[in-house]
Design a binder for this molecule. Structure first.
Ligand code: PMP
Length: 472
């Protein structure tokens, strides 16, 4: 490692007097110590920021779901975060169940991660030349997910999924692909698709600006529908480059691919020579240390996907994602092979430091057992609170990821998820928000518990939910 970082140490750049400052240097000087209860409309700093933002950023946000469009109201502008909490522009504290949509599995500002990032920053922000930490991170990912022999690091889940599809097409010489309704794999053109009117019609673009020719090779199927899957392979199996799936779909809240369904996905891909691509951007290193693939392997011995797409936790909150597969497939990538893929900031030295420190923490013995227990206790608590107030409710979790529905039974696919009553969800969302609990502002999004959430946080969340359930 560079000697420069050894000379300029972490503590040199931080205030010394208060140990808390080592973790969050602005803690003492935070500018807006206001009394939220004395707030008037004109002193709502979230609203002031949102109005300013809307003048210069489309919808005031840099990713659509942040705009609160589904639930209404004013998005909270985060000023700082620590552990299981963040504070908004009014200095209001929230228990955070989004955790940057999954990456913050250790909570915000974990000391080991902060230190690793600070040290990396001193060595340099970006070089456009290889670094040792990229090798270490690749080795660590492969150790935790042995289905892959090699990985390539990129900067976002979108980029990883898009590149995985190009590689699958390059490896098979085929064009068609299967995705499932309700699964999200980022916003690459070929993946912004909804089902056509039947298996013969292929997909329709879900976004303006995506030409029909670009999605004509994407077949969108119903999640957990074995009969339809078999029909699709009978019709198109020999033309399929890959089948891409979120194994535990977090983009329709929380829906597990059933074991028989996943078994058929594996068998049919093998039979027809299509690649089974697991999108573990959300699931990976979050539902279990070995990702969702390790969860399915518990039920289906020897189970492995052919390719894995990763993101979120592997960057620990910094822009970092990856895709990987067996050596023969990965060696088709440039510079070795004919499938082109590249990135100025790929394997960024600060992001890799953040990701590595995060993976090291979550690899410690007992980490996932504790996280799973805590997440399960949240889900059980919410179920009991809903039952006590007579509210139809179902919920599920795996590792540190959870989902709940204002429906009596867990849904199995996207049409069933969308039977949820949006108005009732919005009531729950705003009721929790008022009580200092921040869940995803849309009913089709998953939730995340971190190692920093305490039993007290969980109990406070359940108590808040019970109050809201009572009013429903
Ligand atoms: N795949 C899955 C399963 C995701 O949940 C997401 C983002 N939520 C993506 C891909 C895209 O990742 P990114 O937002 O980093 O582009």
């Amino acid at each position: 490692m560079a000697t420069h970082a050894q000379q300029v140490t972490t503590v040199d750049i931080l205030p010394q007097e208060d140990p808390a400052c080592l973790v969050f240097p602005y803690a003492k000087t935070w500018p807006r110590a206001k009394n939220p209860s004395a707030m008037t409309q004109t002193t709502d700093h979230n609203q002031i920021l949102f109005d300013r933002a809307k003048r210069v950023i489309p919808g005031g946000v840099n990713s659509p779901v942040r705009a609160f469009k589904a639930v209404g109201g004013t998005p909270r502008f985060v000023q700082h975060a620590q552990g299981a909490y963040f504070w908004d522009a009014n200095d209001q504290r929230y228990i955070d169940y989004i955790g940057s949509w999954g990456p913050m599995i250790l909570g915000h500002g974990h000391p080991a991660v902060v230190r690793a990032v600070q040290e990396a920053v001193l060595e340099g922000f970006s070089f456009g030349a290889p670094t040792e930490r990229e090798v270490q991170l690749a080795e660590e990912i492969l150790r935790l997910m042995p289905s892959m022999d090699m990985v390539r690091l990129v900067s976002s889940g979108t980029e990883a999924a898009m590149s995985a599809i190009r590689l699958a097409r390059g490896a098979t010489g085929r064009s068609k692909l299967i995705k499932f309704e309700g699964c999200y794999h980022g916003h690459a053109d070929a993946l912004l698709v909804k089902a056509g009117s039947g298996l013969a019609t292929f997909g329709n673009a879900t976004s303006a600006g995506v030409p029909p020719e670009v999605v004509q090779h994407t077949l969108v199927l119903e999640y957990n529908n074995v009969a339809q899957l078999e029909e699709a392979f009978t019709l198109y199996g020999k033309e399929l480059a890959c089948l891409m799936i979120e194994p535990i779909a977090g983009n329709m809240n929380f829906v597990r691919a059933s074991i028989p369904f996943m078994k058929r996905c594996r068998e049919l891909c093998t039979q027809y020579g299509a690649l089974l691509v697991f999108d573990e951007v959300m699931n990976g290193f979050r539902v279990a240390l070995g990702g969702a693939q390790s969860v399915y392997a518990r039920h289906l011995p020897g189970f492995e996907p052919d390719m894995t797409v990763m993101g979120k936790v592997i960057g620990g909150g910094m822009p970092l994602a990856a895709f990987g597969a067996k050596r023969a497939v990965m060696e088709l990538l440039a510079p070795l092979g004919a499938v082109y893929q590249a990135g100025t900031l790929s394997g960024n030295p600060v992001a890799t430091a953040c990701g590595l420190a995060t993976l090291r923490e979550i690899s410690k013995p007992g980490f996932f057992e504790d996280l799973s227990r805590k997440t399960r206790s949240l889900v059980d608590g919410l179920k009991a609170a809903a039952a006590a107030e007579g509210v139809p409710f179902s919920a599920d979790s795996e590792g540190g990821m959870f989902g709940f529905f204002l429906l009596p039974e867990l849904p199995q696919n996207y049409p069933q998820v969308m039977k949820s009553d949006g108005k009732r969800f919005n009531h729950l969302f705003h009721g929790l928000l008022e009580r200092g609990v921040y869940i995803a502002p849309a009913l089709y999004e998953a939730g995340f518990v971190s190692a920093a959430h305490t039993e007290e946080d969980i109990a406070a969340t359940v108590a808040a939910a019970r109050e809201v359930f009572k009013s429903m």
